[in-house]
Design a protein around this ligand. Structure first.
Ligand code: FMN
Length: 192
């Protein structure tokens, strides 16, 4: 089993990094292969909406996404972690998400040609998030984005752990349950 953790924050060792570290530590208890992607260190261009992937299922752009696509297709579990920036995921993570359109189109082309492109219930995605404020709707946009990202990949959305009122670097460490929640949920996420 391949478990892919995608770190969406520009801040190294920030709150969502710590959430995902704990989640992947829990996930590791069943000894899957674990890969970590730090979008802050990657060169990923925005989708240019050229429409080429509509015909081929392949993106024409040459950047670090070339190494990401095979991981997105091979992973049985994907966890994305992002702070809330202006009510959504970070721009860095959104670039990767938008570029997954090529994989959506690849499945769509397979479906049109009579192949099985139905979502695979054994492949599951999860969202981790934190934000500084405490509004009732603060995670709604990130959750919807995550749901449709996993849907585009043919995966099932398994849920989220989101923490309001977490602002400064490392604040999540003072939360009474967050890191334990992630450890525990990460473990069950991989069946460990
Ligand atoms: C550019 C920017 C935009 C932000 N927008 C929001 C927001 O809309 N709502 C919110 O609750 N917090 C917002 N925050 C605060 C972060 O979500 C918060 O500090 C979070 O804990 C950072 O997580 P990290 O350490 O993983 O990067 C914003 C922070 C920055 C730098």
């Amino acid at each position: 089993m391949l478990v892919l953790g995608i770190y969406g924050s520009p801040r190294p060792r920030g709150n969502t990094d710590l959430l995902l570290d704990a989640f992947l530590e829990g996930a590791s208890s069943s000894h899957p292969e674990v890969r970590r992607l730090y979008v802050r260190n990657m060169r990923i261009h925005g989708c240019i909406e050229c429409g080429k992937c509509d015909e081929t299922g392949v993106c024409v752009q040459q950047d670090d996404m070339a190494g990401v696509y095979p991981l997105l297709e091979a992973a049985s579990r994907i966890v994305i972690a992002s702070p809330i920036f202006f009510y959504g995921v970070t721009a860095q993570l959104k670039l990767l998400i938008d570029r997954s359109q090529a994989l959506y189109m690849k499945r769509e082309i397979a479906r049109r040609e009579g192949g099985d492109a139905s979502p695979d219930p054994s492949r599951r995605g999860f969202l981790l998030s934190a934000g500084a404020t405490g509004g009732k709707r603060m995670f709604e946009c990130a959750i919807l984005t995550a749901k449709y990202f996993f849907d585009a990949l043919g995966m099932t959305y398994a849920g989220e752990l989101c923490y309001p009122r977490i602002e400064h670097k490392g604040d999540i460490g003072q939360h009474p349950t967050a890191l334990d929640d992630c450890l525990r949920t990460g473990k069950s996420f991989t069946g460990g």
